[in-house]
Write a protein that binds this ligand. Structure first.
Ligand code: GLU
Length: 323
């Protein structure tokens, strides 16, 4: 599908759900906020289904995702665009990175990388990729699309001004080091871009200027800016990362917190106004949740009432959605 045509002030954002079939109230928060900001500020909205994130997409799940957004009262101007349907630009980006000597094939396993890391970081989930595991020669061609490829990351802070989180800066070499941009996740299939590469290539070619998402992706902002620079893409997007919605145990909302799928609430007859009302409450628009149509959310939404701390999906919230 054709991306939006340029206009004099082309502010463009995207709703980028991963079609896992398990959109939860935390996702509803992100999409409602993104939508309300866009509609209040006159940004155009692309709906982009990020189906490259998940190894296997069950039939019907993309339709379900689109349907749930509509059910909430969200609309958009372009799409749904489906990420996997246009593999050409991702491959071209790899060709460009290879030509510039920015990427190399790497088939090391996580175990081999851990074993080679000279100073494993205590408590860290991942060990940054040790530089001495880079190959001696960096190929100048994207010669093997069925291999995994890493981007060369040099030490240094990559900063950006986040519209919600404020000035942020990450040294990607200390967090992950050379990171995977192309992967052969499924041995039966050819390789494909990772989330980091696909999101940058698609945001750029679809003219996205404003990225709104959960702050679990805050440090990805720096990784993505490295890719913008390596690919020579301008302008770089503006970021707005929102506090994540967490379970009562402080962990990211997931199955362990019970069945919080929007689809499950909808099937149980819960009206969308209850979900929107809960999101409005989380956004500081009401002391306690009350049913609210998306149109009212849009009219009353303000960025500055959103609390700066993580939002907890409490048992009372679940109950509110259970009536
Ligand atoms: N598809 C990602 C998700 O559902 C969002 C990625 C992004 O906004 O950059 O978490």
């Amino acid at each position: 599908m054709t991306p939006p045509a340029p206009t004099p002030d082309p502010h463009v954002t995207r709703l980028a759900p991963s079609p896992t079939g398990a959109l939860h109230p935390g996702n509803a928060r992100t999409f409602l906020v993104n939508w309300a900001l866009a509609r209040q500020r006159g940004w155009r909205i692309i709906l982009r289904i990020e189906d490259l994130d998940s190894p296997r997409i069950k039939p019907g799940v993309i339709d379900l995702t689109v349907d749930l957004l509509r059910w909430l009262g969200i609309d958009w101007d372009f799409g749904p665009l489906v990420q996997s349907e246009e593999p050409g630009p991702h491959r071209q980006a790899m060709e460009r990175l290879a030509k510039e000597g920015r990427v190399y094939p790497c088939e090391l396993t996580r175990g081999q990388i851990e074993a080679a890391a000279s100073a494993p970081q205590e408590g860290a989930h991942d060990t940054p990729f040790p530089r001495d595991l880079r190959p001696a020669t960096i190929p100048r061609e994207f010669s093997d699309a069925s291999a995994s490829w890493r981007l060369i990351v040099e030490p240094g802070e990559v900063g950006f001004e986040d519209e919600f989180a404020g000035p942020r800066s990450f040294d990607v070499s200390r967090i992950v080091g050379d990171f995977v941009v192309w992967t052969r996740r499924d041995p039966a299939r050819a390789g494909q871009p990772t989330y980091q590469l696909a999101v940058v290539v698609d945001d750029h070619r679809q003219g996205v200027t404003n990225v709104v998402r959960g702050d679990d992706l805050l440090d990805s902002g720096s990784r993505q800016l490295l890719l913008y620079r390596a690919l020579g893409y301008r302008p770089e997007p503006s970021y707005l990362h929102l506090p994540l919605v967490r379970g009562p145990d402080g962990r990211r909302l997931a199955k362990r917190h019970g069945d919080t799928r929007l689809d499950a609430y909808r099937s149980a007859g819960v009206p969308a106004e209850r979900v929107v009302g809960l999101v409005a409450h989380w956004c500081g628009l009401s002391k306690t949740p009350r049913p609210m149509p998306a149109s009212e959310f849009l009219a009353s939404f303000r960025l500055d009432t959103i609390p700066r701390t993580p939002i907890t999906f409490t048992p009372e919230n679940h109950q509110w959605l259970g009536r």
